[in-house]
Design a protein around this ligand. Structure first.
Ligand code: SAH
Length: 395
């Protein structure tokens, strides 16, 4: 096995079991490992530190897998990690009210670069590292053994694949291709999902619990669901008896699918309006028209892809939230999210405080949202925490 020698003084994070080693922390590579090979990380004294995937095209040159030298990274290692991850999701699925969740969440499940989402009888994978790509056949075999899915689909169209020198793919890996629309259930609500053409792996199952919490505040209320995608917050709110829900998203496919979902669940289309528009423009339009709401959801895409983008992103979050605050009736609720890993909850609270000040509103934080248990945050990998939100009462 090839060896990679760590620079002296760079041991701390590795000893704390952080899974990333940046290329700048590497002293020397012995031999010529291929990208995706499992290599041994050695400290400056020649002592074993960890096994990891090697990739010289990535800023994260090593993704560590195992810190115990006597545990080899063989087929059984991958099978064990897959099985542990899948088993730990039983809790989410056991009620029978939900048949979609994230089964494997990359570093959080000790499989850096592998995301597996379950959509009823189909699995949708995102493969973001060459190490996972190299070991895909055993991973697929174990998933088939554990779950007997009808089909396994590779939805690796993420731009992050380029960082590892991998091409994007969108194809069936095993079993039969999923139908154009796969029906799934979440919180006892049915959704159709277009795995091949939908965003990310097809659906945002990370908002499952938050949709449920938000909907408990929606009965009898006039709700605005911004960045609605296929209607997660909209459908939960309608089901909980919202008086009227308006959904806004810029994607025509998302709005079309949302409408299908409302019909599929027998929800009253007369209590719903969908607007295909840019949210920033639409909020300003509502302001001009004097249209007000009782509950507003803001679930924008990632504004800060990295720490260096945080300042700019903070201004965008502030502006978005400021306008939303101006559209709320007295005592209205704002459920506002950020899925930017670079934005921590304290910074997000600060951004909302600025937004409130600019809007001339008083804001109370009455609940905090986070990612659900099928998107765990590994203690030694805080970077895995990305989704946060606040439920605000705006006075
Ligand atoms: N709330 C959704 C997930 C939102 S994902 C759910 O519960 O499933 C972010 C969504 O924002 C995507 O559907 C994308 O199409 C939409 N979007 C991105 N930029 C936008 C913009 N400027 N205006 C309106 N929608 C936008």
């Amino acid at each position: 096995m090839f060896e990679v020698i760590l620079k002296k003084g760079k041991e701390k994070a590795v000893l704390q079991r952080h899974p990333w080693v940046f290329s700048g922390a590497i002293e020397r590579v012995k031999g010529e490992p291929a990208n995706g090979d499992v290599v041994k990380l050695i400290d400056a004294q020649g002592r074993f530190m960890a096994y990891g995937f090697y990739n010289d095209q990535s800023r994260v040159a090593l993704r560590l897998l195992e810190w115990d030298e006597s545990t080899p990274i063989d087929e059984n290692w991958f099978r064990r990690k897959v099985a542990i991850a899948v088993e730990s999701r039983n809790y989410v699925l056991q009620s029978g009210k939900t048949d979609t969740c994230r089964l494997i969440f990359s570093e959080a499940d000790y499989l850096p670069g592998l995301i597996v989402d379950k959509y009823s009888d189909y699995l949708s994978l995102q493969i973001l590292t060459s190490g996972i790509q190299n070991n895909l056949s055993v991973i697929i075999d174990e998933l088939q053994h554990l779950l007997q899915p009808k089909g396994i689909y590779d939805k690796s169209d993420a731009t992050s694949r380029a960082h590892e020198g991998l091409a994007t793919t969108n194809e069936v890996l095993a079993g039969s291709p999923p139908p154009e629309l796969v029906e799934v259930k979440e919180n006892d609500i049915t959704y159709v999902i277009n795995i091949a053409e939908g965003q990310k792996s097809g659906f945002y199952c990370d908002q499952r619990d938050n949709r449920h919490i938000l909907a408990s505040h929606a009965a009898g209320k006039k709700v605005l669901d911004c960045f609605s995608y296929t209607g997660g917050f909209t459908l939960n709110s309608l089901k909980q008896g919202a008086a009227f829900v308006t959904s806004v998203d810029s994607s025509a496919l998302a709005i079309e699918t949302l409408r299908k979902n409302i019909e599929l669940n027998g929800l009253d289309a007369a209590r719903h309006a969908a607007v295909q528009s840019d949210v920033n423009k639409q909020l300003r339009r509502f302001k001009e028209d004097g249209e007000m709401f009782d509950v507003i959801v803001l679930d924008p895409p990632k504004y800060a892809p990295s720490r260096s983008a945080l300042d700019r992103a903070s201004r965008a979050y502030k502006d978005l939230n400021r306008i939303a605050m101006l559209l709320l009736n007295k005592g209205g609720l704002l459920a506002t999210f950020s899925c930017s890993g670079a934005m921590d909850i304290d910074t997000f609270k600060q951004v909302l405080a600025w937004a409130a000040l600019d809007a001339g509103k008083q804001v109370q934080f009455i609940n905090q949202f986070c990612q659900p248990e099928d998107h765990p945050v590994r203690a030694s990998f805080p970077e895995g925490e990305y989704l946060k939100g606040l439920l605000c009462r705006v006075i």
